[in-house]
Structures are given as C-alpha cells and as structure tokens.
Design a binder for this molecule. Structure first.
Ligand SMILES: *[C@@H]1O[C@H](CO)[C@@H](O)[C@H](O)[C@H]1NC(C)=O
Ligand SMILES: *[C@@H]1O[C@H](CO)[C@@H](O)[C@H](O)[C@H]1NC(C)=O
Ligand SMILES: *[C@@H]1O[C@H](CO)[C@@H](O)[C@H](O)[C@H]1NC(C)=O
Length: 340
C-alpha cells in the first residue's frame, strides 16, 4: 500500500534526522534496573475512556481529527484481558496462533524488520518459522541488550495483496478519519504485527493513528513533540526501559491533574468550534509537563494496552512500545487527519 510505505519512509527519515546525538546518552547509566515485562502492575497515566463515553462526548464518529493527547479506548464491558464481545472478536479468532497460518497459502513468507529506531534491516522467512522462532529463540523473550538490528520483528511490512485481503476483516477504530470511505480512498493504512515478550520498536514518531491489541498485552510510552527523549538508536525499546526509565521522576499530583484538565479543556473548545464556524481554530497547545523543550526529566505518558483495547497516538508524539506477552498481536491504523 503506497500510503503506508510513504508513512514508514517518512518515519525513518524523521528518526534519522532527529537522533544523531543520542548514541552516547545511555552509557552513563551504570546500574541496570530490571524492568519487568511480566508484571501486571505497570503504571497508566493516560486517560482511559469507554467506547460509549467516547461517542457521548464526540458523537458517533468517535475520536475527532487531531485529538491532541493520547487516549486509551476500552470496550464497554471492559474485563481486562479478553476481547470476547468486542468489535474485533472475529478478527481475534482468525489471528489466534493456531489459526493465523490458515489465512494464507501454505508457504507464506513474512518480511521482518529490525527493532532499532530506523527499522532499516529486513529479513524474509516463512510465517510458520517466525511463529516458531518468537516462541522458542532465547526462551521466547527479547532481551534488553539485544541489538535492534538483530532483533527481528513482524511489524509494518504487511502491505502485500495477501495482507490487504486479510486485513479487510479488521474493523476500523471509531474516528472522524476512519470511515469506510477513507479506507477505500487509501486515506487510512493498516499494519499488522506480532511480537514476543520484551519485543518492540525503539523511540520514533510519525503521524496520528490507533493501535489495537488483539492478543496479549502491549506497553506504550510516549512524549509530546517538544520532548524528544534520549535513547540509544542501536537498541530496541526494552533497553530504554532498563537503562533510562527508572532515572526519570514520577509524575506529581499536579501533573495528573493537568493531564485530566487537558482533556476537559479540549472537549470545551471542540464543542465551541463545532457549534460556531470553522474560523475559531484551536490555539497552539504546549503539552510539556516540564514547560521546556528537550528530553523530559519526568516519566513518559504510559499505559499497558490489553487485548480488545486500543491506544490513540497523536500526531508527531514520540513513542516506543514493549510487548508483554509471548504472542502479542496488534493492528495499527495510520490516519490522514486534518483539522475538522
Ligand atoms: C474461529 O476460527 C476457526 C478457524 O478459522 C473456525 O474454525 C472457528 O469456527 C472460528 N470460531 C468462531 C467462534 O468463530
Ligand atoms: C548492528 O548494529 C551495530 C551497532 O550499531 C553495528 O556495529 C553492526 O555493524 C550492525 N550490524 C549490521 C549487520 O548492520
Ligand atoms: C514512583 O512510582 C512508582 C509506582 O509507579 C513507585 O513504585 C515508586 O516508589 C515511585 N518513586 C518515587 C521516588 O516516588
């Protein structure tokens, strides 16, 4: 799909252009702290909202264009880690580990990318071999000190005709730029991914979109556009969690309060705008908790996205992901949003 190709190319250019100084940043971190991907108690400071509440606030189309903050959208009957009864339970059945190969020709090959920030390496192997390797190599885990260019990951390279046919069975998120018409006009691009415990992509950024966890759990960390974090671009995301995350300050009560207020303020502005004319544009917003540019000294926005839940990532927010389950499956929807 040309749009996705363009997005990913852009992503690599952006990452390449913005990460030249970072290779030495983490060498100072002497003591390794163990970030535990198996824990079920990772913090979440991102607003969680049910599908019904989302539609009550913004109407039937769901998330408005260019929503400025991350959101976690959860099914109404949120039961934690099951996607039964959610809008993608059919797709979840198709993508169970034992069912997935049945959707493709017997010798179907997948293209894997490296997990470093630039995703610049490629490897093509049979799907069945990939599924075997993620469950069995290194005891089914991606370790924090594995180099990104040696950490193979099925993510993003899913735009062949076979993948497009298969992904037709995924129900799109609810958003103003996620309608069937947008999809038919290639204004929304889907990408499919599978990773094991500890896998994920190092910090990078691109346009806005959604990422729905279909199986397993996936942890997200994000920073606003003006707070590009320090990270080592040779490694995958788990390395940053081990070497940098713990040295950052916890959010204060004021930070939580401000994050809450941000959403309420946007809602008010959005309602005013949709009542008035399109002339009343949103004023420039500063997202930073530190009120300054450059790497934040505070912890990122973060949350674990369980099966059946999805994250909305705003335009140009830095983010990295760490998969927490032996078989973590997700679909990302890249939108082409303009202001309403
Ligand atoms: C799940 O998928 C399998 C394999 O495609 C199919 O045989 C089964 O009927 C499906 N189950 C449900 C509940 O849809
Ligand atoms: C992988 O990355 C390391 C660290 O940057 C580099 O030394 C090595 O040459 C890379 N390997 C390949 C095959 O590109
Ligand atoms: C920061 O928050 C974590 C829980 O998210 C807690 O375990 C830790 O003790 C806190 N650190 C400080 C310095 O308050």
């Amino acid at each position: 799909m040309p749009l996705l190709w363009l997005l990913l190319t852009l992503l690599r250019i952006v990452a390449a252009a913005t990460t030249v100084d970072s290779a030495t940043d983490e060498c100072d971190a002497k003591q390794q702290w163990n970030w535990d991907p198996y824990s079920h108690h990772h913090p979440c400071n991102i607003k969680r909202i049910t599908q019904t509440e989302l539609k009550r606030r913004f109407g039937a189309l769901g998330v408005p264009n260019l929503y400025p903050y991350p959101l976690v959208i959860v099914p109404d009957n949120n039961v934690g880690s099951s996607n039964k009864g959610t809008h993608n339970d059919h797709f979840a059945n198709l993508t169970k580990q034992e069912h997935l190969p049945l959707n493709f020709p017997p010798d179907f090959h997948v293209t894997l990318t490296g997990s470093d920030s630039l995703s610049s390496h490629r490897r093509t192997i049979p799907l069945k071999q990939y599924l075997y390797e993620i469950m069995n190599n290194n005891e089914g885990e991606t370790r924090p000190d594995q180099l990104g260019n040696q950490t193979w990951y099925l993510f993003g390279e899913t735009h062949s005709g076979e993948w497009a046919n298969f992904l037709r069975q995924y129900n799109l998120p609810s958003c103003h730029s996620c309608t069937e018409l947008h999809y038919q006009q290639s204004l929304i691009a889907l990408s499919f991914g599978i990773g094991n415990v500890g896998s994920g992509v190092q910090w990078h950024l691109h346009g806005p979109g959604f990422s729905e966890t279909i199986h397993g759990r996936k942890h997200w960390v994000l920073y606003p556009p003006e707070n590009r974090p320090n990270y080592n671009l040779d490694y995958a995301s788990r390395h940053w969690m081990e070497y940098t995350y713990q040295s950052l300050k916890n959010w204060t009560t004021d930070d939580f309060e401000r994050e809450h207020q941000n959403h309420e303020q946007f809602l008010k502005q959005w309602r005013r705008r949709s009542l008035a004319s399109s002339s009343d544009r949103t004023q420039a917003v500063s997202y930073s908790m530190d009120e300054s540019k450059g790497p934040s000294k505070k912890k990122p926005w973060e949350c674990t996205i369980n099966a059946g839940e999805m994250l909305y990532f705003p335009d140009q927010w830095h983010h990295a992901t760490i998969n927490l389950s032996p078989y973590t499956v997700f679909v990302s929807s890249f939108t082409s949003e303009h202001e309403d």
